[in-house]
Design a binder for this molecule. Structure first.
Ligand SMILES: [Zn+2]
Length: 468
């Protein structure tokens, strides 16, 4: 880790803590007309609000950024860039749409552009990981925006720079049926290929230190860090099975993993329904195939493009899911430790769901459910000690009939609840404690089911590969 990235990590941790925990302490100051607000350069934008990530982020409004709101093409001569010129090859001028929601009132509210953060928190529950097969973010944007008429919220370049191209309120076109409920990221990487394919040999050479990626297209490829040499985090290509195919792939760079960990920690903190986990089988191992409809509908958390679509294999066999998830959990656990709030203060430790009234077919009186996550394996291992006692007002998932393994993911809990009634534990679930933060009206039987997962997206857009 470079000195700069350590500094960013420390700054980010402090910033996330300050920004999301200690609100309410400072007395608001009267704004000074024309006063400029400082940015640190690590902020992402969600519903027009800025959140720190602790790692360099270039917004679409920044110099050198990539703007998916524009209708003209970015990397062609200016006289060929306008929409009326590119309309022969692109279906619509826009590369994004409105997140589809089942509630007509909510849709009417947001179609003009205005999502509240609270509304968006009730809809976003998946973070789809892609590799771009382009090698650099600049090439990725060229392919997505100029050639295919698609978009993605984030691009992660080989040097760890994150580019945000759209506000997260937008429905980026990157993963077909997942677009309405997800955030997407394209990670710069050449991709995965069958053993014996010459592509990796073509793009990865060796010098005295080890393997290094050749920048596709030559030059610096638009990589922000001058002279950056992209080296895979693991020196040998990683072989693995995705969708039943054996594939080989060179790993991401350490800078990419570090940035992705920071971003994952921030997103899972900002979006309470987005579990910091990946799709697991009954033994807790990564599922390496497309999820079936039930699994996909019920899943909330990080997932690969291949979990969404049968015809995709990204982010490939080299993508180190545990490194990302464990890293993000450790970061969030550190943030919790630094918090001035009580350890089991409910909101400080737990993950809160938005009020049920945000969900179609449910009313406010059904209350708000909350699930407490265990942010790291180490902490989970010690959970049978004194910490295993539920915080005040909470009960263990087992006591609530949700199964001993029932997880922080809403769908997991729902599935766990169903399964526990049949006498078996939830699958791949990780939470220990559940609580409802509003009392059940008198005379009403306590429910053991958490609220439904976010509304299932219904296509309202076109049908290009990643767009419906
Ligand atoms: Zn993809």
């Amino acid at each position: 880790m470079t000195h700069l990235s350590i500094r960013y990590a420390v700054l980010g941790l402090a910033a996330i803590t300050l920004a999301t925990v200690s609100t309410g302490c400072a007395r608001p100051q009267r704004p000074v007309v024309a006063q400029r607000l400082d940015r640190r350069g690590d902020e992402i934008m969600v519903c027009g609000q800025l959140f720190h990530t602790g790692t360099p982020v270039v917004l679409w409004t920044d110099p050198g950024g990539y703007d998916a709101y524009r209708v003209e093409r970015r990397f062609v001569p200016p006289d060929q860039a306008a929409w009326n010129v590119s309309s022969a090859s692109l279906e619509t001028p826009n590369r994004y749409g409105i997140r589809d929601v089942a509630d007509p009132a909510l849709f009417e509210h947001v179609r003009g552009g205005g999502w509240t953060l609270h509304q968006l928190q009730g809809v976003v529950n998946q973070f789809v990981i892609h590799y771009d097969a382009c090698g650099t973010s600049q090439r990725c944007f060229r392919v997505l925006h100029d050639m295919r008429g698609l978009s993605v919220h984030f691009m992660l370049d080989v040097d760890g720079t994150i580019y945000q191209t759209l506000d997260l309120k937008e429905r980026a076109w990157h993963a077909t049926k997942a677009n309405s409920r997800s955030i997407g990221i394209e990670i710069a990487n050449i991709g995965a290929y069958p053993p014996g394919d010459a592509t990796l040999d073509r793009w990865y050479t060796h010098d005295a230190i080890g393997p290094r990626m050749t920048i596709p297209g030559g030059g610096d490829g638009g990589v922000r860090t001058p002279g950056f040499v992209a080296r895979p985090a693991r020196s040998l290509p990683v072989r693995g099975i995705v969708q039943g195919q054996t594939l080989e792939m060179c790993d991401l760079t350490d800078a990419q993993y570090q940035a992705l960990i920071q971003l994952t920690a921030a997103l899972t903190e900002i979006f309470p329904l987005l579990a910091c986990d990946y799709p697991r089988d009954e033994q807790g191992r990564l599922i390496t195939r497309v999820l079936n409809d039930d699994e996909w509908n019920g899943y909330a958390g990080l997932l690969g493009h291949f979990h969404v679509q049968q015809n995709k294999v990204d982010p490939g066999p080299a993508f180190d899911w545990d490194r990302v998830i464990e890293g993000a959990r450790e970061l969030r656990a550190g943030r919790s430790r630094q918090s001035a709030r009580p350890r089991w203060g409910g909101r400080a430790q737990g993950v809160l769901c938005p009020p049920a009234i945000d969900r179609p077919g449910r009313t406010g009186e059904e209350g708000v459910w909350a699930v407490s996550t265990l942010p790291s394996r180490r902490q989970a291992a010690t959970a049978e000690g004194p910490r295993a006692r539920p915080p005040p007002g909470w009960s263990s998932a087992r006591d609530a009939g949700l199964g001993p393994l029932c997880g922080a993911r809403w769908a997991c809990c729902r599935r766990g609840a169903r399964r526990s009634r049949r006498g078996s534990a939830g699958v791949g679930c990780r939470c220990r404690y559940v609580a409802r933060t509003q009392a059940v009206p008198t005379g009403r039987p306590a429910r053991t089911e958490p609220p439904q997962a976010a509304p299932r997206p219904r296509g309202r857009q076109g049908s290009l590969t990643n767009r419906p």
